[in-house]
Ligand binder design. Structure first.
Ligand SMILES: [Zn+2]
Length: 251
């Protein structure tokens, strides 16, 4: 996939990187990423992915902009309160970079439609705000063989991980949270810059994965915005995981 003169100029500062180069830029241009949730994490991830030159973005969100979102979702403006987030985020991406094709899917993703919505993408970046959605997305990604960057932020804590098959997000969380929405920002609060930082970090992981810059899976990156520190913990695969584990022998 060749790059035009305008693209070579736009992406010059990353094409010059020895570990990235023109080959890395062409991989980004050829890539299709689904971003789930145009919230705080999406507000960090979408500008970073669009600016870097990801060729196709699908933005999945069924919500509208609320005034209380603007404290952490700066891709939306005060005069867009009440507007559809997926559509506004897709427009934001294409206004930022006309070489990006961004599509809005104004749907709530769940276990019933996740595979259909995510099929055909090269990577999924999940910034949704509840465990049930994140688990449904993870199960679909394991089934479809799509790498998943799963990101979350609440109160003063953020977490980001890249999952490729096993271990999967369900190995880490377990099965207890499928029906619970237990990390809701509306109840617990979140400091504005935190999800943006986590969303940008998730975009960095996605770009590294697409460009083939190194293997980052199998670790969970934790940001503590209270102590202001990052740390990475290894994630063991759960052999009994019902998404990525070995299915029990029947008979
Ligand atoms: Zn698993």
């Amino acid at each position: 996939m060749s790059l035009s003169d305008a693209e070579l100029e736009r992406y010059a500062r990353q094409i010059v990187l020895p570990k990235f180069g023109g080959v890395g830029q062409q991989k980004l241009k050829a890539a299709s990423i689904a971003v789930i949730g145009a919230g705080g994490i999406g507000s960090g991830a979408v500008p970073a992915l669009a600016a870097a030159g990801i060729g196709k973005l699908t933005i999945i969100d069924d919500d509208v902009v609320d005034r209380s979102n603007l404290q952490r979702q700066p891709i939306f403006r005060d005069d867009q309160v009440g507007g559809e987030k997926a559509m506004l985020a897709a427009r934001f991406a294409m206004a930022l970079n006309p070489h990006v094709e961004a599509v809005a899917r104004e749907r709530r993703i769940d276990a019933g439609n996740a595979s259909e919505l995510l099929e055909g993408h090269d990577l999924v970046l999940d910034g949704s705000d509840n465990f049930a959605t994140r688990l449904a997305v993870s199960d679909a990604c394991v089934g479809l063989g799509i790498p998943l960057v799963s990101a979350a932020a609440v109160q003063l804590q953020g977490q980001v991980g890249l999952f490729r098959g096993a271990p999967c997000y369900r190995c880490f969380v377990g099965d207890a949270f499928d029906s619970e929405d237990c990390d809701n920002c509306a109840e617990l609060g979140v400091l504005g810059a935190l999800p943006l930082t986590v969303g940008s970090f998730a975009a960095l992981m996605a770009i590294r994965a697409i460009a083939g810059m190194g293997e980052d899976s199998g670790k969970l990156h934790l940001l503590d915005a209270d102590q202001l520190s990052w740390r990475a913990i290894p994630l063991p695969a759960d052999p009994g995981c019902r998404a990525c584990g070995v299915p029990p022998q029947s008979g």
